[in-house]
Design a protein around this ligand. Structure first.
Ligand SMILES: C[S@@+](CC[C@H](N)C(=O)[O-])C[C@H]1O[C@@H](n2cnc3c(N)ncnc32)[C@H](O)[C@@H]1O
Length: 226
């Protein structure tokens, strides 16, 4: 078949346009308020959650060591706070980051109650985690990735927060019906997360643990952050 150069260029241009990411594709699949702290505490800290969330396995697989700085991005009520705090003590810091002021106050109260002095609650902006540049070794994002808007821009910004060799762990819901978890339309396929993270400059390192209803993906910055 003979393809004329002008036609070939038009085809290539159309293909390029089709591949260009629409920023809306990277917007949150679930937008709701988390200001009813009492309600969300009953959900996030449901005693039955440990059976499928396996927090100690998750924390063990993160490979944290004393002295490390870990950020729990979208920390909610601090379900992971105490375990993370113990994993990086002594000398380490847990940034418990959330955008909901009432949850950040709850995180502070919980840290005071639990005497986890190395937990630092952070009130983030929706488009900025408000963490120090190169100040974090591991970012843990549990059930929060699908709440982030304009993820490519957000993830590139997050790259600036990582110390050299720093990692990002994303745990979120498999895109299939599960006995617990958000509705299907709010979930993102694991391939979507991997391709977005790669587009934002991260390299997929692997899946260190298996959870029954969620994927657990770990990434490292592959290049100088954009
Ligand atoms: C489904 S909850 C998960 C809470 C916690 N990670 C857990 O597993 O129990 C999602 C949390 O992400 C927070 N959130 C939403 N958008 C955020 C953003 N752009 N930055 C930080 N936190 C965010 C919400 O306020 C909420 O507390």
């Amino acid at each position: 078949m003979i393809v004329r150069p002008a036609l070939a260029c038009a085809v290539l241009l159309l293909a390029a346009l089709a591949c260009a990411a629409d920023p809306a594709d990277h917007d949150a699949t679930a937008k709701h308020s988390f200001d009813d702290v009492e309600h969300w505490a009953s959900v996030f800290d449901d005693p039955g959650r440990d059976a499928w969330q396996k927090p100690s396995v998750v924390i063990e697989k993160l490979g944290l060591r004393p002295g490390m700085r870990v950020a729990d991005l979208g920390a909610g009520t601090g379900y992971f706070s105490r375990g993370l705090s113990e994993a990086v003590a002594p000398g380490g810091t847990v940034f418990a980051v959330d955008t909901e002021p009432k949850l950040v106050a709850y995180l502070r109260d919980r840290a005071e109650r639990d005497k986890t002095d190395n937990v630092v609650p952070v009130l983030a902006s929706p488009d900025d985690p408000r963490l120090p540049d190169k100040g974090v070794d591991v970012v843990l994002i549990v059930d929060t990735y699908h709440h982030l808007d304009d993820r490519l821009t957000y993830l590139r910004r997050l790259g600036h927060v990582l110390a050299p060799g720093g990692r990002v762990a994303v745990i979120d819901w498999e895109k299939r019906e599960t006995p617990v978890g958000p509705e299907l339309a709010h979930r993102l396929a694991r391939e979507t997360v991997v391709s977005e993270m790669e587009a934002a400059g991260y390299r997929f390192l692997g899946e260190p643990g298996t959870l029954p209803y969620q994927y657990f993906l770990v990434f490292v910055l592959s290049a100088k952050p954009a």
